[in-house]
Design a binder for this molecule. Structure first.
Ligand SMILES: C[S@@+](CC[C@H](N)C(=O)[O-])C[C@H]1O[C@@H](n2cnc3c(N)ncnc32)[C@H](O)[C@@H]1O
Length: 365
């Protein structure tokens, strides 16, 4: 377990040379890339090169070397799932962004359950358009083991795209699974600009994606913007509406969206019209209401969220208001603390739900 004491020790050493947050993280990313010797994109190489220069300056000093070496040996070398790398990121860079862009990581237990809602399909094209540190894609590559698929990670923050690349490649390397048929594409695009920017790479994926899995920023107001998004034009001028419409554009017919969205979309009267439009275009496969406090461990917020599973209507259901079966569930535990009083939580209703034969059949998994 990487304790704050260790993080502070690293910080103190780097600060002696005037290095703060991002510089320190770059040096740590360099330690990881060096130890796990992964093949990097140009984008990640730039960060690793900066980190190498910084680490050379700091480690020239013999005493610093004596302090940093055991930290590398104990916390980086054995970190074959790159879990500590996320902790380093959150400590050195997380604070700076969190409040502005809704940047927090999805708890692994929720992500692990959500990826199970995607039927395994060889050669599937899967995108997380707001990937953060790539939690969902990491879980897919773990669960899908030797099933070939193409993972696409996008985030507006380039550093997070680099973090995702590093984490996924370290994981694959460790599991000896990084074979040519599991491929990865990385984009750094603002998903709310997609209608206005015809040259974006994301736009080139319209109609081609099998699965979308995401935890986008919740309910960011978006004004002064021209968009062809149906929900946006219906008066829903926020990130949730634009995200649902982007997902619709990206998916193939019958493609699936598994996403976290704010509970207000399901419960509030003001979203009634949005729900009607969604049901016109999508099959509502599942609405799973999560308990209050799901983001307590990663974001210290009480925001309520639901897992929504939507399937883009194929020929069979086109222009019909009919739905197939929908799962409506309310889970009260997800295997992690929901507030500061809870410590270890053994029960995970979400996982139990996914073992129910009717749920398995409705989800087609
Ligand atoms: C709640 S976090 C989800 C993180 C991710 N699922 C994970 O577990 O690491 C939302 C992510 O959306 C990204 N984001 C915010 N605005 C965006 C935009 N306009 N385009 C693309 N990504 C955006 C943030 O940088 C952040 O990483």
């Amino acid at each position: 377990m990487l304790e704050v004491k260790i993080l502070k020790e690293i910080e103190t050493i780097f600060r002696q040379f005037g290095y703060e947050g991002e510089d320190i993280f770059n040096a740590i990313a360099y330690f990881y890339a060096n130890i796990f010797s992964i093949k990097m994109s140009q984008n990640l190489t730039k960060i690793i090169e900066k980190g190498e220069i910084i680490s050379q300056v700091v480690l020239k000093d013999h005493i610093n070397q004596q302090i940093i070496s055991p930290i590398i040996n104990n916390y980086i070398q054995p970190d074959k799932s790159a879990n500590n790398l996320t902790v380093f990121y959150q400590y050195f860079l997380g604070k700076r962004f969190r409040d502005i862009t809704g940047k927090f990581f999805t708890p692994h237990k929720i992500a692990a359950s959500m990826v199970k809602m995607l039927p395994i399909k060889p050669h599937a094209l899967i995108i997380d358009p707001t990937c953060g540190c790539g939690t969902f894609l990491q879980q897919i590559s773990n669960l899908w083991e030797n099933i070939p698929c193409h993972l696409i990670a996008n985030d507006v923050d380039n550093m997070l795209v680099c973090l995702t690349e590093l984490i996924l490649k370290i994981n694959h390397k460790h599991q000896q699974k990084f074979k040519p048929d599991i491929s990865l594409s990385l984009f750094t695009e603002n998903i709310y600009n997609y209608h206005d920017s015809p040259h974006q790479q994301i736009k080139s994926l319209y109609g081609k994606i099998d699965y979308i899995i995401a935890n986008p920023p919740f309910s960011l107001p978006i004004e002064n913007f021209s968009s062809t998004s149906e929900l946006f034009k219906a008066g829903y001028r926020n990130s949730d509406a634009l995200f649902i419409d982007l997902a619709f554009e990206l998916l193939k017919l019958d493609g699936r969206l598994v996403t976290l969205l704010p509970h207000s979309i399901i419960s509030n009267k003001e979203y009634e019209k949005l729900r009607q439009i969604v049901e016109k275009n999508w099959l509502l496969t599942a609405i799973i209401t999560l308990p209050e406090g799901v983001f307590h461990t990663t974001a210290n917020t009480t925001t309520r969220a639901d897992i929504i599973v939507l399937d883009k209507k194929g020929e069979e259901y086109r222009d019909q208001q009919t739905n197939k079966q929908t799962i409506f569930a309310n889970v009260s535990s997800i295997g992690i603390p929901l507030n500061s009083k809870q410590k270890n939580v053994a029960t995970n209703d979400l996982e139990t739900l996914l073992q129910n034969p009717d749920i398995i059949s409705t989800l087609g998994i």
